[in-house]
Design a protein around this ligand. Structure first.
Ligand SMILES: *Cc1c(COP(=O)(O)O)cnc(C)c1O
Length: 799
């Protein structure tokens, strides 16, 4: 019997039972009850199915270690991938319910900040779909990323997200996998070169598994660890004052995984964060070894059967942890242990931003993890000799400054990762080149064959099939073969790009998706937006390097221009923002505040009717992205060149037929290569040109003085136009722009405004625009995360 037939029987029998025990008929079930019922049945089906389809393969098992997994709602995706979505849609319809409404009942688990966590989720989906054996390892935060709302004045407010308190049936609490993790204490020398670590506290790590259901594929776990202990442990014993919890002397282990740190591309060096990292790694490494040994294999063969992929440096401490286990628990020699270890780990770099590169205070690390500190020290010493042997005496000091793992009482985690891994990769071509040329030039000479590129990708199951069902249906109709499994098949619609009937169908879908978003905006903000206008979208974390402030300055300038020339011909535009700022990131929060204030003035100005609107949707998250992305006409990817490692929002938007308005940064470069320069709008400085300008001494004030339009826009932020006369509200933002402008916003302003004008002209030529949007969809196949995973397989994970 096929799975689908079995599922139908299961569904019908369970429904009868579910209703009977509640004295209800299916027609009487509420949306919540439907959700609970379908979630439970699908969970049952997943468990049954997973017994059957675990393939026996010879490839290495991938252990994907990430502090974040931004999975989004799971039920709809699981039903799609189990191929029972249409069946259930029909079933519930027959009882007067709509599956899409039912799926809205699920909470969106926000166990990540942004791109890095979402990438991890896309990769798990692709690995399961490609039958690449894999386990995701992360943390089961009690509170995910905060929920965002806006105050009366438009400032960001944060609220805890206790996602697990709601009914959440997609996870299984697995006590069989519990691990114990030590902290603090001391290290004893037992015999020559043999050490034993006696931790001061022991914490339990309990496993919560989420099933990752691949498309027509296998299921494998995302294993999330949660801290637990019966007795609380006393942190005052640490007595390192500044590092430790200012107000709390005692912490119970459940606090370890209480909350996800809300920083994206920024490290703040908190002790609890390091404890989370070690807890994550210790549980995961122990689980990997347990599974390896249970298969009757020897630890000597670990690298042959297992690879541990580090998603950024956040799990870097797994390297000394594996060394510790091999040395202390299994009596390996240093050379043997290092041989195994350095063939097992692979490291993905996600950022070049100095403020995001993790470094830990040596004393903090040594007090929390004394044995690990010793091991890191030895790694550093071995490296010292290697560098000495490899470079001339003249060069040595400079090279050592760059390559040392321990330097200036700091532990440099990125360096630890490079030294301890057999492969290091960046996440887009331009970024991988910069990793070699700017971040690790000395390492690139020392370890010649260690550096790779794997351009990021996104899963087409979520980012078209689920987010854009109408476009999916159109693609199904016009493409031979299953594009959901092989996204390169999208090429086939290229031949319809000029076809009038296809253009009409494609444009109608965009229009329907814009209407769906307009309804959401009306529901959230009470604002009616013009669906004939260009939907110009910037949705991502708020960070100065992503330059939402550049977008804002152009909006202000446009507003001022329209006020000064009421009869000017304009292409109506709705600027749409969504995104959160880290609670401690003052400048990013001020930019959010400014956008809300500017939106308030513009949206309430009758002169702007039919011309200009500004929308800021609160609480950006995966489920909101799924509504905004299919509705976008323009995709704002305007980071300063060299700062955005890849971006993945850019891929989701282009795939759904938005025209990229972007700098030559991250994956924008490759997107432009694939879709062709006539189908994107590129502007601004390049990596090279901005380097030169900075070298010559960048002065933002010069741009301010030479560009009246720019000056007027900045002045209006300073003089209270958008803050009810209060000239202090945006003082810091204005000061930053005029005196430092760390991300060269002013240097790209004029070029950005020209690019925006190009967009307006382009949009007016309807057929040319639609053709370009179709070509964006047709040519984006390479950005499937299936392609990324295949790249990892052939370049890095191969035996
Ligand atoms: C894709 C995605 C991101 C990443 O967006 P970028 O534009 O690449 O920074 C962040 N958050 C969510 C919810 C996403 O879906």
């Amino acid at each position: 019997m096929s799975f689908q037939t079995e599922f139908k029987t299961l569904f019908e029998q369970s429904l009868a039972q579910y209703c009977q025990t509640r004295y209800l008929t299916p027609q009487q079930l509420s949306k919540t009850q439907w959700y609970q019922f379908i979630a439970q049945v699908s969970q049952q089906a997943i468990l049954q199915k997973s017994q059957k389809n675990r393939p026996l393969t010879d490839v290495r098992h991938v252990n994907y270690l990430s502090m974040e997994f931004l999975v989004g709602r799971l039920l709809g995706n699981n039903l799609q991938n189990l191929e029972v979505y249409d069946f259930i849609t029909q079933q519930v319809k027959q009882y007067g319910a709509e599956l899409v409404d039912i799926l809205e009942q699920e909470t969106d688990p926000a166990l990540g900040n942004g791109g890095l966590g979402r990438l991890a989720a896309c990769y798990l989906d692709s690995m399961a779909s490609l039958a690449q054996p894999a386990t995701g390892y992360g943390l089961h935060y009690q509170y995910g990323l905060f929920k965002q709302s806006f105050s009366e004045q438009g400032k960001q407010k944060e609220q805890g997200d206790a996602w697990g308190r709601d009914f959440y049936p997609q996870q299984q609490h697995h006590l069989d996998f519990t691990q114990q993790v030590g902290f603090g204490g001391e290290v004893k020398l037992i015999s020559h070169d043999k050490y034993a670590w006696k931790p001061e506290w022991i914490v339990n790590g309990e496993a919560f598994d989420l099933a990752v259901v691949g498309y027509k594929g296998i299921q494998q776990p995302l294993r999330l660890w949660q801290g637990y202990s019966e007795t609380s442990f006393d942190l005052s014993k640490f007595d390192e004052g500044e590092y430790l919890f200012a107000e709390e002397k005692v912490i119970d282990a459940s606090k370890l995984t209480k909350v996800l740190y809300p920083n994206d591309n920024h490290q703040n060096g908190k002790a609890l964060r390091l404890m989370q990292q070690y807890f994550h790694c210790a549980c995961s490494v122990a689980d990997i070894i347990k599974r390896h040994l249970a298969q009757g294999r020897k630890l000597e063969q670990l690298a042959e059967y297992e690879v541990i992929q580090l998603n950024d440096t956040h799990p870097a401490i797994a390297i000394p942890e594996l060394m510790r286990v091999l040395l202390d628990d299994y009596d390996f020699s240093w050379q043997q242990a290092w041989q195994i270890c350095s063939q097992t780990f692979a490291y993905t770099n996600h950022t070049l931003l100095p403020e995001a590169l993790e470094q830990w205070d040596q004393n903090l690390l040594a007090s929390l993890l004394p044995r690990h500190f010793m091991i890191i020290d030895r790694i550093n010493n071995e490296l010292y000799h290697q560098v000495k042997a490899h470079f001339s005496d003249e060069e040595f000091s400079d090279i050592w400054q760059q390559t040392a793992v321990l330097f200036g009482y700091r532990v440099r985690m990125a360096n630890l990762c490079v030294v301890g891994s057999f492969a290091v990769n960046g996440v887009a071509k331009i970024h991988s080149d910069l990793v070699v040329s700017d971040l690790f030039p000395a390492y690139a000479r020392l370890f010649k064959d260690r550096f790779y590129n794997v351009t990021n990708g996104i899963t087409p199951r979520r980012w078209i099939r689920q987010a854009n069902p109408q476009l999916s249906a159109l693609l199904d109709k016009h493409i031979k073969g299953d594009w959901t499994k092989d996204l390169s098949l999208l090429q086939q619609i290229e031949k319809f790009a000029k076809n009038e009937k296809f253009q009409t169908a494609y444009a109608q879908i965009k229009q329907a998706n814009k209407q769906r978003l307009a309804d959401k905006i009306k529901q959230e903000l009470g604002l009616e937006v013009d669906t004939q206008a260009i939907f110009d979208v910037q949705i991502k974390r708020f960070h100065e390097y992503k330059r939402q402030q550049l977008n804002l300055l152009n909006i202000i300038a446009t507003y001022q221009e329209l006020k000064a020339n009421p009869n000017q011909d304009v292409v109506p535009r709705v600027f749409i923002f969504a995104g959160k700022a880290a609670p401690g990131y003052f400048m990013a929060k001020q930019i959010i505040h400014a956008i809300n204030c500017v939106a308030d003035v513009i949206n309430n100005d009758p002169d702007m009717k039919g011309k200009l609107q500004v929308v800021f949707l609160p609480d950006y998250r995966v489920s909101l992205a799924e509504i905004i992305i299919p509705a976008a006409d323009v995709s704002e990817q305007i980071s300063l060149a060299g700062k955005e490692a890849s971006g993945t929002g850019n891929m989701k938007l282009a795939l759904n037929g938005a025209i990229t308005l972007g700098t030559l940064d991250g994956a924008n470069v490759e997107i432009a290569d694939y879709v062709g320069n006539e189908n994107v709008i590129i502007f601004g400085h390049t990596v090279e040109s901005i380097k030169q300008e900075l070298k010559a001494g960048y002065e933002p004030m010069r741009y301010y003085q030479q560009d009246k339009v720019l000056a007027q826009a900045i002045d209006s932020l300073a003089n209270g136009t958008f803050s009810k006369g209060d000239t202090t509200t945006f003082e810091m933002l204005v000061k930053e722009l005029l005196t430092k402008d760390s991300f060269c916003t002013l240097a790209d302003f004029a070029s950005y405004r020209q690019a925006q004008q190009k967009i307006a002209n382009f949009y007016q030529n309807r057929t040319a625009w639609i053709e370009a949007t179709i070509l964006n969809t047709a040519r984006l196949g390479a950005f499937s995360s299936d392609r990324s995973i295949k790249d990892y397989q052939t370049q890095i994970w191969k035996k």
